[in-house]
Write a protein that binds this ligand. Structure first.
Ligand SMILES: [Ca+2]
Length: 492
């Protein structure tokens, strides 16, 4: 009898074991990973009063929208290298657009590679790792080959018609200029139209999964390009510049600012015309993203696919007279981040400060994959289950500057209430902003004795381990800068 029971148990065990991979495969979530280059929170779902982004808004309603999400470094390659490796910029020491993460860590297992190593079909369309935009559109850029089974580099008409781009800052190269173009041809002919089409084709081909399909959209990175109908959404008279107290800039440490002279010295009409193009470009990319999200539903994949959408860093549109990125103000450190779980039981808005470096552990967690032990971000799972769950960790963003030939790092710590920024440990300046009372960061309270205790508390949240030696920007960048006509040229 005992032997019979033992045999039955063995058979049962065998059945269970043989069923496991099938069961496992059937319940593996797919991932649709949507990166949008240089997208700040000028979106309907982030309560922007003007910008039309119905498709991203719809996704936000289906998942959790992180209202206080921050990049780790407000520049393409450092930000993307961080979130795709799960490591902070100070660990990889990637602070520029020239160094590939695998050059620093040859044995690294990146986020898409983890999926690939676990039997997923892993594919990239467009800009996921760094690409120089617009010149490297259509190339592999700074891609990481081991991350993917398939990589696709669309090139659209916007790239071919580049000579028609209007540059309001002619001393600056197109990737770092206030420049724009009303595109000729259809949406489908533009690079992002092709990104959408290729992503949809991959979804159709691999709908049986499991897949990790990454769609990297190029807009609203400059040049801001969109077809006519998206410009028509924004009558110029409605696109205004920030109305700020005139003297507030005097209280900002000069090292915090990069746009010099303020607003590049451009007249208001040009600035508003450019800003309109940035908005048009957002609505254009939103429409392309919508096609991919519609395909996900049409192919009945929405019920077993996690959708992540993020901007790699924010973008300043005239706040403090500043434009572009590489700044530690709220508009640039803050990014849109939406995660929609399949059949999400919980939807809503999370007010907690979170970091893009948390995407890697979150996706590994939900897909049951064991990530490398050294990931530095925190899984967002508690907030996807309860967007208002207790969450005491702040978000940290950093930015390297050079001043008088010396490398200076700025670190900015964001809690729900405060932003505290130190340049060179405070020696080159510090900033404290009270976001409950000053959401535009107009009053730097760092020197106000009433906030001494707040600063002591914020200092405790600064990164504990920092590199002993911070490298100066590398030789490549120096060479590029020496070619530039503008002393204030920033890398794209
Ligand atoms: Ca970017």
């Amino acid at each position: 009898m005992a032997m019979k029971t033992g045999f039955r148990a063995l058979v049962l065990l065998f059945i269970c074991l043989s069923a496991l991979p099938v069961f496992g495969a059937a319940t593996k979530f797919n991932v649709l990973f949507i990166a949008v280059d240089d997208l700040n929170v000028s979106l309907g779902c982030y309560e922007h009063p003007l910008v039309k982004s119905p498709n991203i808004d719809k996704l936000a309603a289906q998942g959790v929208r992180f209202d206080r999400a921050y990049c780790q470094y407000p520049l393409c390659n450092p930000s993307r290298s961080s979130l795709l490796s799960g490591l902070r910029p100070d660990t990889s020491r990637i602070y520029n657009n020239e160094t590939a993460i695998r050059k620093v860590f040859p044995e690294i297992v990146t986020l898409p590679q983890l999926f690939k190593n676990n039997g997923y079909f892993s594919a990239r369309v467009g800009k996921i790792y760094h690409y120089g935009v617009p010149d490297q559109i259509g190339t592999s850029g700074l891609d990481d080959v081991p991350s993917w089974n398939v990589s696709i580099n669309p090139r659209g008409r916007d790239r071919d018609d580049q000579a028609d781009v209007i540059n309001f800052t002619p001393g600056r190269q197109l990737g770092a200029a206030l420049c724009w173009m009303e595109a000729k041809g259809s949406d489908e002919e533009q690079t992002d139209g092709k990104v959408a089409a290729e992503a949809i084709r991959l979804l159709e081909e691999h709908k049986d999964g499991p897949f990790f399909i990454a769609a990297g959209f190029y807009r609203p990175h400059v040049p801001d390009v969109a077809t006519k109908k998206y410009f028509e959404l924004y009558p110029l008279e409605k696109v205004l510049l920030p109305q700020e107290p005139p003297d507030h800039i005097a209280n900002i440490p000069p090292i915090a600012l990069t746009t010099k002279p303020l607003n590049y010295g451009l007249d208001e009409l040009k600035l508003r015309t450019f800003k309109r193009a940035y908005f048009a470009s957002i609505s254009f990319v939103d429409a392309q993203i919508g096609k991919v999200l519609d395909a996900l539903e049409r192919l009945k994949l929405a019920d077993n696919t996690i959708v992540v959408l993020f901007g790699d860093h924010g973008w300043s549109l005239g706040e403090h007279g500043q434009w572009q990125k590489q700044l530690l103000f709220e508009e640039v450190a803050r990014v849109p981040l939406i995660i929609a779980l399949p059949k999400a039981a919980v939807t809503g808005v999370s007010p907690r400060p979170v970091e893009l470096v948390g995407i890697y552990p979150t996706l590994a967690d939900y897909c049951g994959l064991k990530p490398p032990a050294n990931l530095e971000g925190r899984s967002l799972r508690p907030l996807l289950e309860n967007p208002k769950a207790r969450w005491l960790v702040p978000a940290v963003t950093q930015q390297l500057r050079t001043q008088d030939g010396k490398a200076i790092m700025g670190y900015s710590v964001r809690t729900e209430h405060w932003r505290y920024t130190e340049w060179d440990g405070g020696a080159a300046g510090s900033e404290l902003y009270d976001h409950m009372n000053d959401p535009h960061e107009w009053q730097n309270l760092a020197k106000d004795p009433r906030y001494t205790k707040t600063i002591v508390d914020m200092k405790k949240m600064m990164p504990r381990t920092k590199p002993d030696v911070i490298p100066l920007p590398n030789q490549n960048k120096k060479n590029e800068e020496s070619k530039s006509a503008s002393p204030s040229k920033a890398p794209e």
